[in-house]
Structures are given as structure tokens and as C-alpha cells.
Design a protein around this ligand. Structure first.
Ligand code: SF4
Length: 319
């Protein structure tokens, strides 16, 4: 499975004409089967847009989306996309909104199987729904068939969302902040379900989060996004313990669990907010918040350069 995305992208959810805003710009990312990649960034970084583009829920204005070498960037329409929707599924953070309160759990989990025509009869449908619920940790599955979302806890609802994605046996799951709305006590269980998907089904997982320690705990590789641009990518350990971009270092140092002896200058870097995507700063887009910025940073955008094995950073100092 290979997904390079390059060029400017436009997210329809923003409701602006194409070209008005580049929510994501110049991202080049690939995922391999059985791999967990975390996409990390603050709110407004464009990480959800990347997930929506890969899931074909947003159309890029440029670049390419390749799936097993096939260019699917311009494929549209439900019948053309049916095979892709079968193989790539997206899980959203808000299980309350994702589940129709008037449908039973059986109907919710079975719906993608029916709409993608992946089952021939009611027996197959019941088997596949049961399998998906069990894989998501809802056992015995039959106990949940006729229940409604409002009869379940928050953790159980998120498991139903995961089961809905799993039912079609996808090769890639894009999980957008899947545990951010859950109690801390439930998070580890849901994360374990997602990690198990890799070992049991050899799926790829794109895990979208604002939380660097969480990303480190689950991912093989971490990609750090800032204002629509990939500023650093590498192994989870390298990104967390040997960051080569000041933004990643600031994210790391802002986290007491892994920040250790935080550098006060780097801590200051996270003050303020990500600027609007409509007004991307000239030069390095992180320079207004970067404590290490110098003249060149305000003029020229740094390219992404290799700073270690499979470790790239887009910072003039990384060179
Ligand atoms: Fe900071 Fe300059 Fe590096 Fe950008 S290029 S992260 S402003 S030091």
C-alpha cells in the first residue's frame, strides 16, 4: 500500500472555493501494510484533511493519491470508489455523532457490508457482523445485535464504530483522534483493539492525534504536521527522543511524561496558536513561534532533508 500525496489540497469541509486555502501543502507520505503511522499536530495543522483526502472524503486540488501503485486521485462516484471504500475505512473521534441513534448495532455494523455488496445472504451478514463486533471487543456479539447506541457506554460506542470499519475487512484504517473523547481508563483498551488489528489482520493504520506520547505508544513511525506541512517524519523513538525540528521538540517538551528536562526556550515555542491556513507565514511557516528563528527562516522555506535513517526534517538548522 503506497500513498504519496503531493501538492496543494482543498478540504470541502472548509466551504471555500478551490484554491482559496491550502489546508495541506506538499505532503509526501506512504504507508505499508502492517504498519502504524501516527500523524501528529495541533488543531489547525491539517491532519484531519490528510485523513479525509486518503479516505476520498475530500478532493485534492493537486498531487496524487496512489493505492498499490494505481492513481486513484481523480476517481469519483460511488460505483468507481466501491472497491477502494472496501479496502480503506475511516474512524472518527465522535462516536455519538457517528452512530445513528435510531438504528440497532446490527444494522449499523452491517450497513457497509450491505452497501458495498459484500454479503450474499442474511446468514453471511450475521456472521460478518458478529466477527466484527468480537474483533472490536464486544462479546458475546449476539448480545449487542438488537441494542441501540444510547444503551451503550462511550467506550462500547467507539468499539461499535471500530466494528463498522472492521466489518468490510479493510487493508487500511484511518483513525482520527479515536480515543480523545473517551475516559482515560477506556483509552488503553481501545488502543489495544487498534494495535491488535495489525497483528491479527496485517492492516495498516494511520493514527491521527494531537498527542505525541500517545502516538509514540502506538506507532512505528510518526509524521509531524504544522500548518499543513510535514515538518518531520521518522521512527516513533527518533521523533520522540531525538527530534530534529524545533516544533517537534516543543511538542515533546510540553509533555511532562516524556519531556524530561525541558528547554524553557522550546517550551515558549508552543505559546500562541497555529496561524490561519489563509495566511501562511513567508519562509518557514513555524518562524513566528520558533525561539530559534533567524533571518533566513523569515525569507526561505526550508526543504525536507534526511537527518538520519528514514528520518527527515524541514528546518534550516537540521542541515
Ligand atoms: Fe525554526 Fe528556522 Fe528551523 Fe523554521 S527553519 S523551525 S524558524 S530554526
Amino acid at each position: 500500500v503506497h500513498f504519496p500525496i503531493q501538492g496543494g489540497l482543498f478540504d470541502r469541509a472548509l466551504g471555500r472555493p478551490a484554491g482559496a486555502v491550502r489546508a495541506v501543502d506538499g505532503i509526501d507520505l506512504n504507508l505499508t501494510r502492517g504498519e502504524i503511522v501516527a500523524l501528529v499536530g495541533e488543531s489547525g495543522s491539517g491532519k484531519t484533511t490528510v485523513g479525509r483526502v486518503i479516505a476520498k472524503l475530500a478532493q485534492p486540488t493537486g498531487g496524487k493519491l496512489l493505492f498499490e501503485g494505481r492513481d486513484i486521485t481523480s476517481e469519483r462516484g460511488s460505483s468507481a470508489l466501491r472497491p477502494y471504500r472496501h479496502r480503506v475505512q475511516m474512524i472518527f473521534q465522535d462516536a455519538y455523532q457517528a452512530l445513528n441513534p435510531r438504528h440497532t448495532i446490527f444494522d449499523i455494523v452491517g450497513e457497509p457490508l450491505r452497501s458495498l455488496r459484500l454479503v450474499d445472504n442474511a446468514t453471511q451478514l450475521a456472521e460478518r457482523v458478529g466477527e466484527a463486533l468480537a474483533s472490536a471487543g464486544l462479546s458475546p456479539p449476539g448480545d449487542f445485535f438488537s441494542r441501540f447506541p444510547n444503551e451503550l457506554s462511550g467506550g462500547q460506542r467507539q468499539r461499535v464504530v471500530i466494528a463498522g470499519a472492521l466489518a468490510v475487512k479493510p487493508e487500511l484504517i484511518i483513525a482520527d483522534e479515536p480515543v480523545s473523547m473517551l475516559d482515560v481508563s477506556i483509552r488503553a483498551q481501545i488502543l489495544q483493539v487498534l494495535v491488535d488489528l495489525r497483528s491479527k489482520h496485517n492492516m495498516a493504520l494511520l493514527f491521527i492525534t494531537h498527542d505525541l506520547p500517545l502516538a509514540w505508544s502506538i506507532a512505528d513511525r510518526i509524521a509531524v504536521l504544522y500548518l499543513g506541512k510535514l515538518v518531520e517524519i521518522g521512527s516513533a523513538d527518533e521523533i520522540t527522543f531525538n527530534p530534529r525540528h524545533p516544533y517537534t521538540a516543543a511538542l515533546r517538551n510540553a509533555t511532562p511524561q516524556i519531556g524530561g528536562n525541558a528547554n524553557p526556550a522550546e517550551l515558549r515555542a508552543l505559546q500562541g496558536e497555529v496561524p490561519s491556513a489563509a495566511r501562511v507565514p513567508k519562509g518557514c511557516r513555524f518562524h513566528p513561534r520558533c525561539p530559534l528563528a533567524f533571518d533566513r527562516c523569515r525569507q526561505d522555506e526550508p526543504p525536507s532533508v534526511e537527518v538520519g535513517p528514514q528520518h527527515m526534517s524541514a528546518c534550516w538548522l537540521a542541515q
